[in-house]
Write a protein of this length. Structure first.
Length: 365
């Protein structure tokens, strides 16, 4: 909120409790600078892995999607998933001492957090439905919600996936590949990336950074940040002046299970629920985790993807669109071949390459 009001925009902070006790924080920009009336066009922005609501605004007034949409006449709401630093709270468990707090993957974020937040937003605004924009894991959790709870399709005017992630056979992130194909003892993996909360060791980050890093001030800074080590970066799209603010907010935290679940997707080639191994019988009544049923998704979906994306491979995005059938209203390849996974948020050219297209698509609904 301090960041938003600093630029002269109205800001609100809201809290909502999920059915299983997680206390989530939502941020709202009810209208733009040049208006005093709250719009009846509600848009909900959901962040990706290791990110938070801050990532929609830290690039500033001319580049932050939260500000741009507010000035376009939208009532902008930004969610925070359980376990990130803005939703690191529970009615019963302490995230620092209770392992139970961290027993979730992005499945629970999609099946529980997202519906809880959307219901709160619709109730607060009095609107029957809203636009939903997701980035990275924020797209995954949308597919989880609308396939597990098909009644939520009616609450979505249209969904826009920035760097869509469901199938992951063709993703190239080195850190997630290490997680996916690690064959050593699990306690060794835990010592590298964390046991419950994703807290990678400095040695591990340094090791990966050495492989990825080239010389250059920006590159060296990004190489020490877990988010960029997972997702990649293009130094030419990064505005160096935002780095101090960016590093203050990112990475925002996640559970180890969120990364493990993505690792499972890479290995299995399927888009399915968390694999508990021998415990699958207790969870699902069968030996394999069930697939998410994409045919249950009926909300209009637009996919925006790029060639230089370590997480959302083009082949996987096309497969997702095919699986969504008539609900996939279009997939749009970003015209810059160097555009990567995090440039949707932080890229200098994101407004011209992504947001202008997004806004024109939203106007169709």
């Amino acid at each position: 909120p301090e960041l938003i009001t600093k630029y002269g925009y109205p800001a609100e902070e809201h809290h909502v409790v999920t059915p299983d006790g997680y206390i989530l924080t939502l941020h709202r920009i009810p209208h733009g600078k040049n208006s005093n009336t709250v719009s009846n066009k509600v848009v909900f922005l959901q962040h990706g892995l290791l990110c938070s609501s801050a990532d929609w605004i830290i690039t500033g007034v001319t580049h932050g999607l939260g500000y741009i949409l507010a000035d376009e006449g939208y009532d902008v709401w930004m969610g925070n998933a359980r376990g990130n630093k803005l939703s690191r709270n529970h009615t019963k468990w302490n995230p620092d001492t209770d392992a139970e707090f961290w027993q979730f993957s992005w499945h629970e974020i999609g099946a529980i957090d997202l519906p809880t937040m959307i219901d709160y937003v619709l109730e607060t605004t009095g609107q029957p439905n809203l636009y939903h924009v997701g980035h990275s894991q924020g797209t995954t959790t949308f597919y989880v919600m609308t396939s597990m709870h098909p009644e939520y399709n009616a609450k979505i005017k249209a969904h826009f996936s920035l760097a869509p992630i469901a199938y992951m056979n063709h993703m190239t992130s080195p850190l997630l590949h290490i997680v996916a194909f690690f064959t050593g003892p699990l306690d060794v993996l835990a010592s590298l990336i964390g046991i419950n909360e994703f807290l990678p060791s400095n040695d591990f980050m340094a090791m990966i950074g050495d492989v990825l890093c080239k010389d250059g001030d920006i590159t060296q800074i990004l190489c020490t940040n877990a988010l960029f080590v997972i997702c990649g970066f293009s130094p030419e799209e990064m505005n160096a002046t935002i780095l101090p603010v960016l590093m203050g907010h990112t990475p925002a935290g996640a559970s180890v299970k969120q990364l493990l679940h993505y690792g499972q997707e890479i290995v299995s080639g399927a888009f399915r629920q968390y694999d508990f191994g021998l415990d699958n019988w207790n969870h699902y009544g069968q030996s394999w985790p069930p697939n998410y049923d994409l045919s249950a998704i009926t909300a209009p979906i637009y996919l925006l993807y790029s060639h230089n994306d370590w997480m959302a491979g083009e082949v996987d995005v096309i497969r997702l669109c095919d699986g969504l059938g008539d609900s996939c209203k279009g997939r749009f390849l970003i015209s810059d071949d160097a555009f990567n996974h995090l440039d949707y948020l932080f890229g200098i050219r994101a407004p011209e390459l992504v947001y202008s297209k997004l806004i024109s698509l939203m106007a169709r609904h």
